[in-house]
Design a binder for this molecule. Structure first.
Ligand code: ATP
Ligand code: MG
Length: 575
C-alpha cells in the first residue's frame, strides 16, 4: 500500500482505544462479509478498504467471509469474482471462510437457545407472523406457540432439521419481547425451512439460519473484534448483542466442535458491531439487485462493462485500484449518509494515472496533414520523453515523415477569437517536431476538408536555431505511415441523472440510461501502442487516459478504452 498516514475516524478511535486498553487481548480482527449473490461494486470497496485498512494499520488481520446463508440467490461464479476483485484492489485476506462452514455451530447454538427457553418453534405462516408483529406504534402479540415446552421445541426443531416439514411450515424464533419498541426484537425468526441445495453443503440442510442470527455467531466464531457494517444495521445491533449474550460462545467450546474437527482455527470473541454510513456516488446505482437487472436485461455488456460501477467494470474501464483506495480514503468514514460526486472519483483516477501512465500520441478524429517541404521518402526518428515529470519512464523513438494525422478539431477554417491552433495561413507547433504553417486546404467533392498542405519551418526543429520561437498553440500528431489503427471506446456516465434511484416521478433507473455513454471510433495511434499489454494505461497527450482493453485488445487489432478525460469536461446533458 502506498497511501500516506491514514486520517483518523471514529472507528479507528474505537479500535485504537480497545488496543490500548487490552480489550480482546489487544488483537484486532475484522472481516469483509459479502453475500455471493452478485459482483462487488464501488460501495463494497469502501467496506473493503475500511476493514482491511484497519487490520493493516493495527497489526491485525482481516477475513474474507462469504455470507452464504441464502442458497436461492447465491452462486459459485460470484465467489470467484469476489475473490478476484478483492485481490485486484490490492488486499489479501488472512483466511477465507464461509458462513456455511458454521452451519453445524448455528444449529447447536439454536439447540442451546431452545434448551435455555430462549427460542421456540412457531407454526404461524408468514402472513400470520406479520399480523402478530404489531407496528411501530403498537406492540405485537405473543404467538400461540410461544409457550411450547422445551421438550416439544427440541423435538420439533430436530424434525425441522431432519427435513420432516414443508418449506415455510414452521420457523424457529428467538423468544425476546413482542412488545419491544425495536421490531427486530419481537421474536425474530432465526431459522426457516427451505429445501434448496446449497453451493457448499449440497442437500445436507433443509433449514437455513437467518442473517442476523448467523452473522453475529460467524463473527464470534472467527474471533472478530470489530464487526463493521453499514448504518441500516443499527437497529439490528440489539439482536446481534442478544444472540451473542445468550449463546456466549467463548464459554461453550462444545458448540464449535465441528469447526475444530474441520481443521479450522478457533478462538472465539465477543465482537462489537459498529455502523458507518454507506458510500454513495451520484450518477450511479449501487445495489447488486439493480446491477444484476442491467446485466440480465442486456442494458449493459455484462458485469464488467466499463460503464458499470462494479469493481470488475472499473477495472476494465482502466480505473487503477490505487485510485479507488485513494477515493475512499479521502471520502472518510462517518455516520452521516452522503452522496459523493462522481467527479471526485475521476479526480482520484487522474491523480494516480498522471503519476503512473506513460505518455503517447494518438489521434481519435483524424485529418490528414502533408508537409510539402519534406521529401516523399523522408523518414526520421524523433526522441520523446515518456513522462514530462518523471525521467524514470525513459524515452522512446517516434517516427516522423511527410504525412501525418492531426485531430480534426485542432483545425478551424474560419478563425475565431481565442482559437490558438491551426487556421489557414496560420502557424502551430507540432509537438516535439517544429512549427508548421498551413498553406492549403484540400476538400473532397462533397466539400469536406480532407487534407491540409503545410510547410515545416526547419529552423524550429528540435536543436534548430529557432527552436524556441513562440507560437500560441501546440498540437499532437501521429505519423501516418507508421501509425496503427485502433478501435477506441469512449465512455461516459451510464446514467444521465444525478440520482438514478429516485423514482418519485414514476421513472426508474432504467429510464435514465445515458444513450451517449459509449461511442466506438477508429483512431490512429503511435506504432508502439499495438504492443501494449492488456490493462496497461497510457496518457494519450491532450486526449485523456486510455487502457488497453482487458479482453479485446490484441497487437493485430488494438482496442483501447478511454478511462477519463484529462480535465473534468463533463456537462449535464440537456433535459
Ligand atoms: P447490495 O445492496 O448492493 O446487495 P449488500 O450490503 O447487500 O449490498 P453485501 O454483500 O451484503 O451487499 O455487502 C458486503 C459488505 O459490504 C457489507 O458489510 C455491507 O455493509 C458492505 N457494503 C455494501 N454496500 C456498501 C456501500 N455502498 N458502502 C459501504 N459498504 C457497503
Ligand atoms: Mg446484503
Amino acid at each position: 500500500m502506498t497511501e500516506a498516514t491514514t486520517p483518523t475516524n471514529f472507528i479507528r478511535q474505537i479500535v485504537a482505544a480497545d488496543k490500548a486498553s487490552g480489550k480482546h487481548a489487544g488483537k484486532v480482527i475484522t472481516r469483509f462479509p459479502p453475500e455471493p449473490n452478485g459482483y462487488l461494486h464501488l460501495g463494497h470497496a469502501k467496506s473493503i478498504c475500511l476493514n482491511f485498512g484497519i487490520a493493516r494499520d493495527y497489526a491485525g488481520t482481516c477475513n474474507l467471509r462469504f455470507d452464504d446463508t441464502n442458497p436461492a440467490r447465491e452462486d459459485i461464479e460470484f465467489v470467484e469474482a469476489i475473490r478476484e476483485d478483492v485481490r485486484w484492489l490490492g488486499l489479501e485476506w488472512a483466511e477465507q471462510r464461509h458462513a456455511s462452514d458454521y452451519f453445524e455451530v448455528f444449529y447447536r447454538c439454536a439447540l442451546k437457545l431452545i434448551a435455555d427457553g430462549k427460542a421456540y418453534v412457531c407454526d404461524l405462516d408468514a402472513d400470520e407472523v406479520r399480523a402478530y408483529r404489531g407496528t411501530l406504534t403498537e406492540p405485537g402479540r405473543n404467538s400461540p406457540y410461544r409457550e411450547r415446552t422445551v421438550a416439544e421445541n427440541l423435538d420439533l426443531f430436530q424434525r425441522m432439521r431432519a427435513g420432516e416439514f414443508e418449506d415455510g411450515a414452521r420457523t424457529l424464533r428467538a423468544k425476546i419481547d413482542m412488545a419491544s419498541g425495536n421490531i427486530n426484537l419481537r421474536d425474530p425468526a432465526i431459522y426457516r425451512i427451505r429445501k434448496q441445495a446449497h453451493q457448499n453443503t449440497g442437500d445436507a440442510w433443509p433449514i437455513y439460519p437467518m442473517y442476523d442470527y448467523a452473522h453475529c455467531i460467524s463473527d464470534a466464531v472467527e474471533g472478530i473484534t470489530h464487526s463493521l457494517c453499514t448504518l441500516e444495521f443499527e437497529d439490528h445491533r440489539p439482536l446481534y448483542d442478544w444472540c451473542l449474550d445468550q449463546i456466549n460462545l467463548p464459554a461453550h467450546p462444545e458448540l464449535a466442535e465441528s469447526i475444530v474437527a474441520a481443521g479450522l482455527s478457533y478462538a472465539p470473541s465477543r465482537p462489537q458491531q459498529i455502523e458507518f454510513a454507506r458510500g454513495n456516488l451520484d450518477f450511479t446505482v449501487m445495489s447488486k439487485r439493480k446491477l444484476m437487472a442491467l446485466v440480465q436485461d442486456g442494458l449493459v455488456d455484462g458485469w464488467d462493462d466499463p460503464r458499470m460501477p462494479t469493481l470488475t467494470g472499473a477495472r476494465r474501464r482502466g480505473f487503477p485500484a490505487a485510485a479507488i483506495r485513494l477515493f475512499w480514503e479521502r471520502a472518510g468514514i462517518s455516520k452521516q449518509n452522503s452522496v459523493i460526486e462522481y467527479g471526485v472519483l475521476e479526480g482520484c483516477v487522474r491523480e494516480v494515472l498522471d503519476a503512473t501512465a506513460a505518455r503517447r500520441m494518438g489521434v481519435i478524429n483524424p485529418l490528414r496533414l502533408v508537409l510539402q517541404n519534406l521529401a516523399d521518402d523522408h523518414i526520421e526518428v524523433l526522441d520523446f520523453p515518456n513522462h514530462p515529470k518523471d525521467e524514470a519512464f525513459g524515452r522512446r523513438s517516434v517516427q516522423f515523415s511527410r504525412e501525418l494525422w492531426i485531430e480534426r478539431d485542432d483545425f478551424l477554417e474560419e478563425p475565431v477569437k481565442g482559437f490558438h491552433r491551426l487556421v489557414p495561413g496560420g502557424e502551430v507547433r507540432l509537438r516535439g517536431a517544429g512549427i508548421i504553417r498551413c498553406d492549403e486546404v484540400v476538400r473532397s467533392a462533397a466539400g469536406e476538408v480532407i487534407e491540409l498542405r503545410c510547410t515545416l519551418d526547419a529552423d524550429t526543429r528540435p536543436g534548430g536555431s529557432g527552436a524556441d520561437r513562440k507560437v500560441k498553440g501546440t498540437i499532437h500528431w501521429v505519423d501516418a505511415r507508421s501509425a496503427v489503427a485502433a478501435e477506441v471506446r469512449l465512455y461516459d456516465r451510464l446514467f444521465d441523472v444525478a440520482d438514478p434511484d429516485d423514482d418519485t416521478d414514476g421513472k426508474t433507473y432504467r429510464d435514465h440510461l445515458n444513450p451517449g455513454s459509449r461511442r466506438t471510433i477508429r483512431a490512429w495511434l503511435e506504432a508502439g501502442l499495438a504492443g501494449a499489454s492488456r490493462e496497461s494505461t497510457w496518457q494519450f497527450e491532450r486526449l485523456g487516459y486510455f487502457v488497453a482493453d482487458r479482453h479485446d485488445h490484441t497487437a493485430a487489432a488494438p482496442v483501447f478504452n478511454r478511462v477519463v478525460t484529462l480535465r473534468d469536461t463533463w456537462v449535464k446533458p440537456a433535459k
